[in-house]
Design a protein around this ligand. Structure first.
Ligand code: CA
Length: 316
């Protein structure tokens, strides 16, 4: 009997697997991020979908979400332009995604300038949107944009020359390498959209989810759309990451306010604020560069997985 039992167990296991029965633990793992509606990722300023066919903006994030059952679409809008121009580009892509997949709605997740960009689509086409999530989003402007506008005010020759130069170099290079050279570029308009004044003006037209207090939650549900936000408040998180030094410098522009190097933590708040005190800088929020993030914090990839599970559990 002693020798027979393990044999019976192994035969039973083989029979179970041969019949296609699924181990409950692995089934749960494979559906953890299986949202009802597709997840649509929207990049920030100077962002892209995939560069040169191999470098993803959302480093290892779509893959992790798909492994848990989510349908994920990575979009590309102008690397530098106004929220409204980027928003119209995104709206067209959302409609395309819905036509291809047959989905009735989408879950929009935007990073940085992608935050206001997804809010634009939720504002003009609420019937297409199940949820809006802003990650390190510029919802109340960036002190870095304000500082740049002080150097080159809107309409000034300095602004025109510098913005034109950026349009024709960095922004053009990003769009060419990502296979979207035709998208219009307007760094001056992007700077206005990302400034405090520009953001507040945008918020008047699209107030959904924006907090009415200095640094609190906004409404969690508006027009049937759920609003969420998270972000980080650190600049240097990994000494091997070459981006951290630059973010430490720009972080000095915030006069001591908690920030991720490019956006103040309170500016990130939108709808249900999950956390804006992750030990992450602006690039860590998309798991860049190449996964070089703090070892003392939850992996950004895991934070996205948890959020997809949150959306799933909300029936979205
Ligand atoms: Ca990093």
């Amino acid at each position: 009997m002693k020798t027979l039992l393990p044999r019976i167990a192994s035969v039973a296991l083989a029979a179970c697997c041969a019949l296609g029965a699924v181990d409950p633990a692995s089934a749960q793992a494979s559906t953890y991020t299986q949202t009802r509606y597709p997840v649509v990722l929207v990049h920030g300023l100077f962002g892209w979908d995939t560069l040169a066919g191999s470098v993803d903006y959302w480093y290892k994030i779509p893959q992790a979400l798909r492994a848990g059952g989510a349908k994920v679409h990575v979009t590309q809008v102008s690397a530098a332009n106004s929220t409204e121009v980027r928003g119209e580009q995104l709206l067209a892509q959302v409609k395309e995604i819905m036509a291809i997949t047959g989905a009735k709605k989408v879950n929009l997740i935007g990073h940085s300038h992608g935050g206001p960009t997804v809010r634009y689509v939720a504002g003009v086409a609420p019937e297409l949107v199940a949820s809006v999530t802003s990650v390190g989003g510029v919802n109340r402007g960036s002190d870095v944009a304000d500082a740049l506008l002080k150097i080159g005010p809107d309409g000034s020759p300095v602004n025109a020359v510098l913005a034109g130069a950026v349009d024709n170099t960095l922004a053009a290079l990003i769009q060419t390498l990502s296979g979207n050279p035709e998208l219009p570029r307007n760094s001056s308009a992007a700077l206005n959209s990302l400034s405090t004044a520009g953001s507040l003006k945008f918020n008047q037209r699209f107030p959904a989810g924006v907090p009415t207090t200095a640094c609190g939650d906004g409404q969690h549900v508006v027009n049937g759309i759920r609003y969420y936000s998270w972000g980080g408040n650190k600049q240097i998180t990994n000494l091997l990451d070459v981006g951290d030094g630059a973010l430490a410098l720009t972080g000095l522009l915030f006069n001591g306010k908690p920030n991720d190097g490019l956006v103040a933590a309170c500016s990130m708040n939108l709808g249900k604020v999950i956390r804006t005190d992750y030990k992450m800088n602006h690039l860590d929020e998309i798991n860049q560069f190449f996964g070089l993030v703090s070892i003392f914090e939850t992996s950004p990839v895991e934070v996205y997985r948890q959020h997809a599970n949150r959306l799933k559990n909300a029936g979205l």
